[in-house]
Structure formats: C-alpha cells, structure tokens
Write a protein that binds this ligand. Structure first.
Ligand code: SF4
Length: 352
C-alpha cells in the first residue's frame, strides 16, 4: 500500500473514532473551520510528557479554568502554579511552563510562534513538543513520534531492532507516512491508534484500519514489538523527612531549591537522599520515628523515606523552613512523595 493510502485509511478511521479530549479540536469541528488554541495544545503536550491522558484531564481543566490564556499563566505567582502542578510529577516541567509562558508574552506578544523552529526557541520546548504543537495547532507537516507512534511503526513495518537503537529508523518510517494534507489530524490519529487499538499488550488487529498492510500482524509478531533493550534495575536511595507541627497547628515546611529534583516544590525539611543519609533535623526536638516509610519511585531510583515527627512548642525556632498556619497549608500543594510522608505523619500530629 502506498504511503498516501496508508495515511488516508487512518484519517478515515480517525474521522469516526477520534478520542474526545478537552484540548482537542476533533475532525468534525476542524471541518467546520474551528482551529485549536495553541495555548491549550502546548499546555496539554507539556502535561502529557511522561503522564497519561487520564491523569492529565483534571489538571488541564483546573489550569485552564484558573489561567484561561497564556498571558494569564505568565502573570501567575510561581507558588500557585507549582501548587496546582503538585502530584503531576517531573516538576521541572512546571518551572519551564512558567518560563515559556512568560517568554511567549515578553518576546512574542502573547502569541505562540507557528513553526517548529520558532517553538523550539522557547524554554522547555524540545523537538518532540515543538513538532507536536506545530502539527496539531498549526497543521504543519511535522513528524511527531512518541511511544505510541514508535510501537505502531515497529509493528506496521515489523521492525525488530530494539529501542532505543531503533528510534531513527522508526522516526524515518513515521516521517514517510506524514501526509501534507491534514498533518495535524494525522499526528493525533496515529497517537489514538496506538492508545486504543495498537495497544502494548493486546493489539486489536481485527478492527485496525491498517490490518491488511501490517507486516507484524501477518508475521504474528505484533505483541512482542517493539523490542526493547532491557533496562538496568533502579537503585534504592534512603532519606529522612522531618514532619513537625507547632502547638498552634502550624506545619514546618520548606520550599526546595529551584534546581534539582522536586525543584521549587514545597516539602518537609529532610536529609540528603543516598545510601546512608545524614541526620539533618531542622531543629532540636523530641523526634519520633514512624513505623512505616514513605515509598516512592522516581525515574532513576526508588526512595525509602523514613518519617520522623515532632510536636513543637509555640516559641520553636527552626534553622530551616517556615511555619505555615493550617489555613495556608494545602496538602494538595505537596509533590507526591511529600504527600505520602504527610499522610503517614498526619494521624499522630492531628492534635497539636
Ligand atoms: S494490525 Fe495490529 S499490530 Fe498492526 S498496526 Fe494494527 S493493531 Fe497494530
């Protein structure tokens, strides 16, 4: 089958089966002349990096309700944005989100550039995101390759080279299929196919628009593709979090430095994270160790966080951190690992 026939078959399928998403302008709306809002496309693409559509929906709705335009977001307080982002993970994305919004306002008059090159010049926008926005928001014929697209290409062409070595080959195959007509819809169509039909475990080949030309279906190799080079097991690091509450109910919290893991996020004062963390209490107190640890997995390591708790008197004077009164403290502002520590500590600290 020729490339144009392949992309045409997929677009016909997309016209009937496109997923509805709050940031998406579906095929029927596009035909009616509606165009996607680049701000919403950009925001969704940044949120979707390393995160599922299901996890992103609520965050997207909250962000766009609170900050409906890129100018609104650019004018937001850093702490408010970090707070709304809490729980989505990969916090560098939230810091870059703000930098990018401010650059769009300061350097582009509040309008996103409409080319891949222009988008690439913005903070926090890498090649994948630039291609996705150029394609989806501006209908440019850019190749957009995420994990879904890699899987679909590996199967369609029965590619057995393991990832990540296969990336250039899969990208070239995806590029060859990108049509000049409706490239934005096409990019979303391949993603939808990968997410709903050509799924990792049980591809539904029987109802796939590429059923006939698919080489892996014919060879019976679809479920085992794409091949992957085995990952090294993740190491485990240890750490200590100090969760303290003052007699008036205020919690002792600390904003983490901008650089590094969980940068700019609110958290509990703590030790370094490593093989043998050093005690680093924010003040002398009667620290009690909880029986359970907060367990969390980051991209490159597992963390086992020992949680120590303390009741502090009114005049407590810590070397680190700031007391937040209960009315100003929203547990939802905490990144997930700090929230886990809080959930463990809360019952014992409920009564100041
Ligand atoms: S036929 Fe099966 S393996 Fe091939 S693209 Fe479709 S769902 Fe994937």
């Amino acid at each position: 089958m020729r490339e144009t026939d392949l992309s045409g078959a997929l677009l016909t399928w997309y016209d009937r089966h496109a997923r509805e998403m709050p940031w998406r302008v579906g095929p029927a709306e596009r035909r009616a002349g509606l165009r996607p809002d680049p701000y919403r496309v950009w925001l969704s693409e940044v949120m979707l990096q390393q995160t599922t559509v299901a996890a992103v929906r609520d965050y997207f709705e909250r962000f766009t309700t609170r900050w409906p335009t890129v100018s609104d977001l650019a004018a937001a307080e850093d702490a408010d944005v970090m707070g709304e982002w809490a729980g989505l993970g990969y916090y560098a994305r939230a810091r870059n989100l703000l930098k990018c919004a401010r650059a769009v306002v300061a350097e582009h008059g509040g309008t996103f550039p409409d080319t891949r090159a222009g988008l690439l010049s913005l903070p926090g926008i890498g090649p994948y995101t630039a291609g996705a926005i150029a394609s989806i928001a501006f209908d440019r014929a850019e190749v957009v390759v995420d994990g879904n697209v890699e899987r679909v290409m590996a199967r369609l062409h029965d590619v057995h080279t393991p990832l990540p070595a296969a990336k250039p080959e899969l990208t070239a195959l995806a590029e060859a299929l990108t049509p000049v007509d409706r490239p934005g819809d096409y990019a979303q169509a391949v993603m939808d196919l990968g997410a709903t039909i050509c799924t990792p475990r049980n591809p539904a080949c029987g109802i796939c628009p590429w059923r006939d030309p698919c080489a892996a279906r014919v060879a019976g190799t679809a479920p085992e593709l794409p091949k992957k080079t085995p990952k090294k097991p993740k190491p485990t690091r240890l750490g200590i979090a100090y969760v303290a509450r003052r007699a008036d109910g205020a919690w002792l919290l600390e904003r983490r430095p901008d650089k590094g893991l969980l940068g700019g996020m609110l958290g509990w004062p703590g030790s370094d994270w490593g093989a043998a963390p050093q005690e680093a209490p924010p003040l002398q107190a009667d620290w009690q160790t909880l029986g359970a640890e907060a367990l969390h997995t980051f991209t490159h390591f597992h963390l086992r966080l020992t949680v120590r708790i303390a009741h502090l008197p009114e005049g407590a004077n810590p070397e680190r951190g700031t007391f937040l009164p209960p009315a100003a403290f929203r547990p939802s502002d905490l990144p997930t690992v700090m929230r886990k520590a809080f959930d463990l500590a809360r019952p014992a600290l409920e009564t100041p």
